[in-house]
Design a binder for this molecule. Structure first.
Ligand code: HEM
Length: 166
């Protein structure tokens, strides 16, 4: 069925892209709540990363929820993730966005393993907030594949930025 034929640019099938879009649409309904949750989880799982963020570094993890600066930052990050999900069918645009994301982040001392860990946090958040019926094996696999695509292009941006700054 055409629903199962992978897009040659990303390797994702229409069915996989749809499940990613549908699950993200649920998270997006409460973008602020999800933003706080994402950052609390990310720093709980990776405490050393908090020092990379000028607005977050001196804030105890217990005070992250409710902090206006973090809310603004988290909203920004979640809107960017939404833009990535919205462009799964636009590989040229997606590629440029991801290279830029990698380039921007290289300047901040962010590396590929940090992106990898963020992917684990995002997928963990989806599983816990949507539950096993919605985040079933197919949805988990579709997210893993999608995040692998994101990471592979972010890597290009990170590598290019490190070459130009060397
Ligand atoms: C798909 C993954 C990610 C997305 C969509 C994302 C998105 C963003 C956005 C929208 C911004 C602010 C605007 C900008 O300058 O571009 C930002 C800043 C930042 N991001 Fe990310 N990011 C991601 C991954 C990461 C990872 C893995 C780390 C590392 C721990 C990280 C660390 C930072 C830092 C340190 C800043 C600067 C914060 C500041 O100056 O206040 N990001 N990110």
């Amino acid at each position: 069925m055409s629903e199962d034929i992978p897009d040659p640019a990303t390797g994702l099938t229409p069915k996989e892209k749809n499940v990613v879009r549908d699950t993200w649409a649920i998270v997006k309904k409460d973008i602020k709540g999800a933003g706080y949750e994402l950052f609390v989880r990310f720093f709980t799982e990776n405490p050393s990363y908090q020092s990379l963020f000028p607005v977050l570094k001196d804030i105890p993890i217990s005070e992250i929820r409710g902090n206006k600066k973090i809310l603004a930052h988290a909203t920004n990050v979640l809107y960017t993730l939404t833009a990535l999900v919205d462009n799964l069918d636009e590989p040229d645009c997606l590629t440029e966005m991801l290279k830029k994301l990698g380039g921007n982040h290289a300047k901040r001392g962010v590396n590929l393993s940090m992106f990898d860990n963020l992917g684990k946090t995002i997928i963990g958040l989806l599983k816990d907030s949507l539950g096993p019926e919605i985040m079933n094996d197919f949805a988990i696999s579709a997210w893993n594949k999608t995040y692998a695509v994101i990471e592979s292009v972010v890597k290009v941006g990170l590598d290019e930025a490190s070459k130009t700054s060397a």
